[in-house]
Design a protein around this ligand. Sequence first.
Ligand code: HEM
Ligand SMILES: [Cu+2]
Length: 473
Amino acid sequence: MRTIDTQTALWMAVTFILFPVLALLGITMRTVQAGGLEAMAGWFYPLMTLHGVGMVGVWYVAAMGCAASVLARHVAPSPLIGRIALAGTVIGVLMLLACVLLGRFAAGWYFLYPLPLHGEWPLWSAVLFLASLTVLGATWLVWSLDLLRAIAARFTLAQALGWHYLRGQTEPVLPPSLLIVTVSLIAGIAALVSAVIVIVLFALELLTGTSSDALLMKNLTFFFGHTLVNLSMYLGVALAYEILPDYAGRPWKTNPVVVVSWNTVLAIVLLAYLHHLYMDFAQPGGLQYLGQVASYASALPAAIVTIFGALLLVYRATMRWNLASILLFAGLAGWAIGGIGAVIDSTISANTRLHNTLWVPAHFHTYMLAGLVFLIAGYFAHLARPAATADASPRRDRTIALLLVGGAYGFFAMFYLAGAWSIPRRFAAYPAELAHGATTAGIAAAFATLFLAGFLYYALDTVRQWRTATRTD
Ligand code: HEM
Ligand SMILES: [Cu+2]
């Protein structure tokens, strides 16, 4: 049977504990927007900041933890660095909790310069926030470098990027998951270096009073933020490539089309962030067009190849559907659906309408929650369940899947509707002109609660199955 190594189990524990808390903050925000919980209104922006940074961070580390676990099937990541990654993450999270809960730091998840230095919160909380990002960024940089080192111990860079497949060779065999993880880690290192530069420039201003160019800071911040979120998603997709074949009873192999599409991602992904600056008139015009082209070029090839690959894998296969395979498949679907929302928003003519409306959280919640979260939850479910499911309960699996999928899409639908109705994002309370924003917020809170119930059921069931499996082993 499968076993879960200690580190993967610890990442699973981190995820299962932090995610429900952060989701509860999200439900609280929707409830405040609906006009309930008036006493919490002053907490909206600190909670929004904690929720945003926390979610992005938790699912990034969960994706990295799963990537390390997949890599361990093929190469040898350092266990020591794995432990350092866990310790650094826990320390960073504690610092983050302190600056938000004690200092009410509330600059939003991407802490856009110069807001952190000019808010209502005490300066120490901004400093603690930046220090927490420093700890997290440094830890994750070392972790990424180690995972790449592990890959490099078995493959040359050209092999890890699959270039030999383009020459018609199939040796050494490169699992597609390794190709995708390599591409993601390289992009991730670029993103983390950019974060370091942003933090150094903030520190420079704190220490010497030298201010930075706001446009440069925004470019660096989104180069970091967009790329990190994007590659977390890719790491999640790599899990589907690795695990879905087990359930379809067919292989999902690297081939030239897969190689070309993921190499395109590597070539283009670092330019897609430019779509976050469409409203910045000072940004050179050429970069705006580049942003649209790069957004399409980095999203479409890999997504289309992956979605078709997954459909072909499942088509007329004797699929074994259980919670793991359902969640992996649903995760790919959520990635594609949210991706369509994203591509629409990255189109300049649509962005002039949708910018900073709830359309933005609509699309990124779709591919993060119904994409990344489902993929990782599917992977954890796969690890925890015995291969020959003695304890199979299709009814329970279906109930959990229904709560997760139904709750999530009901919640997203309210974001999309509100966005299309021009409700702005990041409003703690909606004025009378935007009263329909409050109505959709209330419905969204109810759906999100259903989702959370489904997740708690899933987490308890997964832990229980894992314990049963280890006991009978
Ligand atoms: C049950 C699950 C969730 C609920 C109820 C929820 C709810 C919310 C709400 C109400 C907002 C504020 C929207 C606004 O601008 O008015 C928000 C923002 C955000 N959420 Fe979530 N969310 C959930 C899951 C996630 C997940 C899984 C991620 C990422 C992996 C995520 C990342 C973010 C980010 C980055 C923001 C933006 C914060 C900012 O504007 O600074 N959320 N969420
Ligand atoms: Cu982006």
